[in-house]
Design a protein around this ligand. Structure first.
Ligand SMILES: [Zn+2]
Length: 363
């Protein structure tokens, strides 16, 4: 493992890798950088120093563009933004108060939420409901017993995953053609969650997996054809060589080089086992307690829940987790760049890895 770096010197860090590691990196990633320059009038200097530390730092700023050549995911890192310390910001009183406010419909799921045609699945710490306005033929909710979405234990997180999967099996029993399972957790307002009470959602689709999941399956298949090696193994190995990974049992965790948005972490596992569920919990605990994340999205990509015609042989369980920013900020974190070009990122994946690794240190 090379000495841990920063994203602004990624090209140099890659140059320091062994030939094999460099070749593997180049199979998946391309790095380009640019220096953006400007002239600031003296009247702006005080403000610039206040915002960014120094005028010099703003006059010539390095932007590193990382492109995944296999999936065509891309990220633009600005050194100026990435070098800012990741400070823990506490959620101010009024926001905390509104999170604590009990009495929403998910506080009384049996009376205030519909159930699926096959009934409810009960976990130890949650119960399922049927989504009122559906994304797909089957669209359910795991309603947590715990109201506060930022309070969770390893046991609770594992129970939520198990319950969601149990729900999928029941839906599949009812409709054998529905087999494409997708699990998501939108936590608090900035993530798209409309109800703040802790909950996950899950869907079970027909015909073809959701577009992004199918895209990743196809990209990985083409990678195998082109390079006779596994895309996910290489993706992990590339991150490992750069010091961006951690491991928990059989679960592999990486701080993503082309994050969809801030601090994205990806977990890879052969199956949805205890290691994966515990690792998800540990990432989220680190998010909330070390990185002051208060709103996040989590998604689980997995192969269809029964055997199908498409080739899903090498497709692992993929969990993606991303920070959606400060609850106090009115400005959306994603704009046209993220939707239509490449994501603009402030957090340094190397700093995220450094924050994450202690959570996976052997006891
Ligand atoms: Zn509630």
């Amino acid at each position: 493992m090379s000495e841990i770096g920063t994203i602004s010197v990624l090209e140099q860090v890659v140059q320091g890798l062994s030939d094999t590691e460099r070749e593997r990196f180049a199979r998946i990633y391309r790095v380009d950088s640019a220096v953006g320059q400007l002239k600031a009038p003296a009247t702006m200097h005080d403000w610039i120093r206040n915002q960014f530390g120094s005028v010099k730092a703003v006059q010539a700023q390095r932007v590193v563009k990382v492109t995944n050549l296999i999936t065509l995911e891309g990220a633009l890192f600005n050194e100026l933004r990435a070098s800012r310390p990741m400070e823990a910001v506490s959620t101010p009183g009024p926001l905390r108060d509104s999170i604590n406010e009990l009495g929403d419909s998910f506080c009384r799921p049996l009376e205030a939420t519909p159930e699926d045609v096959f009934g409810r699945v009960r976990g130890t710490h949650c119960v399922t409901a049927s989504n009122v306005a559906k994304c797909d033929g089957f669209h359910g909710i795991v309603v947590f017993d715990e109201h506060d979405p930022l309070r969770f234990s390893a046991e609770q997180v594992a129970d939520y995953f198990d319950t969601a999967l149990q729900w999928a099996r029941q839906a599949h029993c009812l409709d054998a053609e529905a087999r494409y399972f997708f699990l998501l957790w939108n936590c608090l307002w900035r993530s798209g969650a409309s109800i703040l009470h802790g909950h996950m959602q899950m869907t079970l689709g027909r015909g073809i997996h959701y577009a992004r999941v199918e895209h990743l399956r196809r990209a990985a298949l083409l990678y195998r054809v082109a390079h006779a090696t596994d895309y996910f193994d290489d993706l992990y190995a590339v991150h490992e060589a750069l010091g961006l990974t951690a491991q928990w049992g059989r679960t592999r965790i990486l701080s993503h080089l082309t994050p969809i948005k801030e601090k994205e972490v990806i977990l890879l596992s052969k199956c949805l086992d205890e290691d994966l569920k515990e690792a998800v919990y540990r990432v989220l605990r680190c998010y909330v307690h070390e990185l002051a994340v208060s709103s996040f999205n989590l998604a689980l990509y997995m192969r269809p829940i029964d055997s199908v015609v498409e080739d899903w042989r090498d497709f692992p369980m993929v969990v993606r987790i991303v920070d959606r920013g400060d609850l106090n900020n009115k400005t959306a974190d994603m704009g046209a760049m993220e939707l239509y070009a490449s994501s603009v990122i402030s957090s340094d994946p190397f700093a995220v890895a450094r924050a994450l690794q202690p959570a996976f240190a052997p006891a």
